[in-house]
Design a protein around this ligand. Structure first.
Ligand code: F6R
Length: 606
């Protein structure tokens, strides 16, 4: 999704802005641009497509300047094109924007009446003309305040001015924004990844705030223009050098990293000496919580759904799951004895953030499960459980999905034990199983060769289905989502027992159907549902676990077996072949695996 970079320095900034934009490529985008100020003139270079193209165009233009802003755009208002790419500039001012201005049509009409001429189809351009208009009669700060008050919607902004050779304005409402502190230069960025290659000292703007960045000073203001102080945070240096290494794609690397990320996460939460789960500073007493509502989007929603099955099985809590974009606009009966859990890899997803904000405003117990601990969702939750996965760059979530499930499972065990829903023996058994999870996930990676053989059957098809019951149902949804987003194949995840109520009509001769049937207590039922699709011509790829009992079924096309473990942990193991299936199917088609079409990593618009 859109990304912002801004730098004011006493050195030339173009190449640093380009490097920083490259760090933001993981977010998914369709055009890019940069504007600098040189000898009192704003100059822009923009293009449709990748930052590499922008870099090539720049090599022909010799864009100079010690102050500049850059942007990668994920189209919302107006098609992906050079003219719609940011920055948008007038003679006086240049703007980069993440988010959506909801009242742009009304503002545009007003500005056209005032004589402003619009070049693009974007909502962003109204910001440029509003500031230009207000600057006619007001000083800079007053113009910014007036412009911010006029805008409805969500935004993070970076703005430079013709008459200000050392000044960038940053402003946020809804969309995240950070500033970075450097030696003799300062920075603006839409997230810490944009800033990490330049500095590890950063501050985040809160909703409604804006800042004035100069090369030797940064000032912060609230929405009324009153000066405020900010803490400077020190970022860990471990994420600075995350690259693909020997892998062809980040996604391949991130799939292979899962044994390690699981191990790290288990080490963070499990006290092996005392066989206990360490969740420190949990702010509520267990008896204050009677129900749980898990909220997320996409893959994170699937990990919430998975957690519902565990919480229901292992605790006596009432558990519900919600899609953030639905939750935020429904009439909600907020309850004091509910813990609201927000799951988000990036911690910046606009819908999840809005759902959290709503719960905070109603003074609810909010907890987040995030990967990026400096993110907006982490900062604004009352309690945070990090998943300790390290950066996830591939747009399709893999290691974060396993990390989210793991942390939710650990929380479930801890609460269950605190509430005396399970006894000590069971608690210790379950902790013990967790200690071997990393090793078993590693063995699941060995399903690769078999997946490479079967994936050609998933490449040129009309559609396919992923079926599972119980613990395997959320994984079926996740497997289908991965294939959709990477290989652009229509795939449906479905509860296996629900097929006969309609979707069975889709099954035709030769249609690939992935059946998830580990030997849990749903196994026999799922096998019956598998027979129903085989009888109608489906080509079944069965994913199960190794077991002394053979699978007694005829006409299974292919079978993949993962290792054996407790029922609770089988979902982790059967996820791996599905990630690989999506990866190899997309790779066969030569698709851009780390940046699938139309998608973005950090979904900061609603
Ligand atoms: C799919 C995927 C998305 C994200 C969703 C939420 O592979 O990655 O469905 O899971 O956009 O993102 P986060 O977890 O950052 O809130």
């Amino acid at each position: 999704m859109c990304g912002i970079v801004g730098i004011t320095s006493n050195k030339q900034v173009t190449s640093t802005i380009i490097n920083s934009l490259k760090k933001l490529e993981y977010r998914g985008y369709d055009s890019a641009g940069i504007a600098t100020l040189n000898n009192g003139f704003i100059n822009e270079v923009k293009c449709e497509g990748r930052v590499d193209t922008l870099e090539k165009n720049l090599s022909q233009t010799n864009l100079k300047g010690t102050i500049g802003i850059g942007h990668v755009r994920w189209a919302t208002h107006g098609i992906p094109s050079t003219i719609n790419a940011h920055p948008h500039s007038s003679e006086k001012v240049s703007v980069v924007h993440n988010g959506i201005i909801e009242n742009s049509t009304i503002l545009k009409k007003y500005l056209i009446k005032k004589g402003h001429i619009f070049k693009s189809q974007t909502d962003t351009e109204v910001i440029v003309h509003l500031i230009t208009e207000y600057l006619k009669k007001n000083n800079l700060k007053k113009s910014i305040l007036k412009m911010l008050k006029k805008l409805h919607g969500s935004f993070a902004l970076g703005i430079i001015f013709k008459d200000q050779p050392d000044l960038i304005i940053g402003a946020r409402r809804g969309s995240p924004l950070a500033v970075g502190y450097g030696p003799n230069e300062n920075y603006l960025g839409s997230d810490s990844y944009a800033l990490k290659s330049m500095t590890n000292k950063i501050s985040y703007l809160n909703d409604g705030e804006f800042c004035i960045i100069k090369k030797d000073q940064i000032e912060f203001f609230d929405s009324n223009g009153k000066k405020i102080n900010k803490k400077i945070l020190q970022l860990s240096s471990t994420e600075n050098n995350y690259d693909k290494g020997e892998y062809k794609h980040y996604m391949a690397k991130e799939i292979e990293e899962q044994p390690l990320t699981i191990k790290n996460c288990v080490n963070e939460y499990i006290d092996k000496i005392n066989s206990n789960i360490n969740i420190f500073n949990f702010p509520w007493k267990s008896e204050e919580i009677n129900s749980i509502l898990l909220i997320g989007c996409g893959t994170a929603y699937h990990s919430c759904l998975m957690a519902k099955y565990w919480f229901e099985q292992i605790t006596t809590l009432n558990v519900n799951v919600d899609i953030a974009s639905e939750f935020r606009y429904r009439k909600n009966n907020f309850k004091k004895d509910t813990m609201y859990i927000f799951v988000s890899q990036s911690g910046e997803t606009a819908d999840t953030y809005a759902a959290l904000d709503l719960c905070n405003k109603n003074n609810m117990k909010t907890c987040s499960v995030v990967n990026v601990v400096e993110s907006s969702i982490a900062r604004e939750s009352k309690f945070v459980l990090p998943i300790h996965c390290g950066p996830e760059i591939g747009v399709a979530s893999t290691k974060a999905f396993l990390g989210q499930m793991l942390v939710l499972y650990i929380l479930c065990l801890k609460l269950s034990y605190m509430r005396k829903d399970i006894n000590k023996k069971k608690y210790l058994e379950k902790i013990n199983s967790l200690l071997s999870l990393s090793k078993l996930v590693k063995l699941s990676l060995e399903t690769e060769s078999k997946i490479q053989l079967v994936c050609s059957s998933f490449v040129n098809i009309k559609g396919c289905m992923f079926l599972g019951r119980g613990y395997s149902f959320p994984i079926a949804l996740e497997g289908a989502l991965k294939l959709k987003e990477l290989a652009y194949v229509h795939a449906e995840g479905y509860p296996a027992g629900e097929m006969k109520h309609g979707p069975l009509a889709l099954i035709e001769e030769g249609m690939p159907v992935v059946v998830l049937a580990p030997r849990d207590h749903y196994y026999k039922k799922t096998m019956s549902n598998m027979q129903e699709v085989i009888a109608r011509g489906a080509k079944v790829l069965l994913i199960t676990n190794k077991n002394k009992d053979e699978v007694h079924s005829e006409n299974i096309w292919e079978k993949i077996e993962v290792e054996n473990t407790s029922e609770d942990l089988l979902p982790f193991l059967i996820t791996i072949p599905l990630q690989k299936l999506a990866y190899h199917s997309a790779n066969k088609k030569g698709y851009d695996i780390d940046k699938p079409r139309n998608l973005a990593k950090s979904v900061t618009v609603e």
